[in-house]
Design a binder for this molecule. Structure first.
Ligand SMILES: Nc1ncnc2c1ncn2[C@@H]1O[C@H](COP(=O)(O)OP(=O)(O)OP(=O)(O)O)[C@@H](O)[C@H]1O
Length: 329
């Protein structure tokens, strides 16, 4: 594959990436062949359970880990052939980043800038800018070790973007945070994106977060991409809406399932006692139709409920497992 380094190249291009770890006699196939293209300015979430291969993929794309096979290009630069150019373009915030504990916040940011070859005066200016942008005002001379979890994570992000990367990788930026700090950090990430137009790729195992924040969700399981689309499209195409209908007797429930099973837009039906659980396309339209069809057959629906699917329903459809059960809290 020929990729040029013009500005029209995708921000990220990944082809057949694999990684096998050897541990004594055992081998772990952490990543089994990932292909991916991310356009400039996209916000993409890698979603998957623990051990799915999300971090390993990110670490290979960011030149921190050598792939077993396959390759990747960042803004047209090949990760193996031109890792320095790749590193200049990207910001990487790993799971447990953060500066030396005894360093002070502003000092840490200025030093990071110097490490990237930025002049002292410019580095100081950027440190002040990031302190304001990431809500660290008042913390300038605090030791990093005294920051709260949320403040520390915001400093991590500031450290990762001091050199103004065009592609930013965040490995589980919100893991372990309380909901308020997560929402706050997300507001910062969204603002950063709006202001800089940066491409952002992050990993998460928070379903609600991937659903609400990313415009594109790449679902990874057992080292491969098993779905890749917007959260809305994944839910519509892979899970469908749910409609639950309660009827008066078990025989009515059985008859209702037989009646609706052949209807267009009904993709699945399950009976539990007097409750009929249906997977449908377009619950808003289908619910009254189903109730009418039941009434015409002399079956009274005593209660009805419809719900939109979650990304967990998508994962369940794809793998037979719940992401909620496999993900760490
Ligand atoms: N350095 C390593 N040596 C051996 N095995 C490793 C190494 N790094 C990762 N693995 C294994 O590779 C698999 C994928 O791990 P990875 O950290 O990429 O998953 P993940 O999806 O990021 O999980 P999490 O959400 O828990 O961070 C796991 O089975 C993990 O134990």
């Amino acid at each position: 594959m020929t990729i040029t380094s013009s500005s029209t190249a995708p921000a990220i291009e990944v082809a057949g990436l694999t990684k096998t770890f050897k541990q004594g006699k055992n081998t772990v196939e952490a990543v089994k062949g990932i292909d991916l293209a991310v356009a400039e300015g996209e916000l993409v979430a890698f979603l998957g359970p623990n051990g799915a291969g999300k971090s390993t993929t990110l670490r290979m794309i960011t030149t921190l880990l050598r792939p077993t096979s396959g390759s990747a290009w960042l803004a047209g630069h090949n990760i193996a052939e031109d890792p320095d150019a790749v590193r200049r373009k990207i910001g990487y915030v790993g799971q447990g980043n953060g500066g030396g504990n005894n360093q002070r916040v502003r000092e840490e940011l200025v030093t990071q800038g110097l490490c990237y070859g930025i002049k002292k005066s410019e580095s100081s200016r950027r440190a002040d800018e990031l302190i304001a942008a990431l809500d660290l005002t008042g913390m300038e001379s605090r030791k990093v070790s005294t920051l709260s979890g949320g403040q520390r994570r915001r400093l991590d992000i500031a450290l990762g973007i001091v050199h103004r990367p065009t592609v930013i990788f965040l490995d589980e930026p919100t893991t372990g945070m309380d909901p308020q700090s997560r929402a706050n950090l997300w507001a910062h990430i969204q603002r950063l994106r709006a202001e800089t137009g940066a491409t952002i790729v992050l990993t998460t195992h928070y379903l609600d977060e991937a659903d609400a924040m990313a415009e594109r969700v790449v679902v990874i399981d057992k080292g491969t991409v098993i779905a890749d689309d917007s959260a809305a499209a994944l839910k519509d195409n892979l899970a469908g809406d749910r409609v639950e209908l309660s009827v008066g007797s078990v025989s009515d429930a059985d008859e209702l399932v037989r009646l609706v099973a052949g209807l267009e837009n009904v993709h699945g039906a399950e009976v539990t006692g007097t409750l009929v659980d249906l997977q449908v396309a377009g619950a808003d339209v289908m619910l009254p139709r189903l109730i009418t069809a039941a009434a015409e057959r002399g079956i009274t629906v005593t209660a009805a409920r419809s719900s939109r699917p979650t990304l967990d329903d998508v994962f369940l459809t794809l793998t037979g497992r719940s992401l909620r059960e496999t993900a760490a809290a």
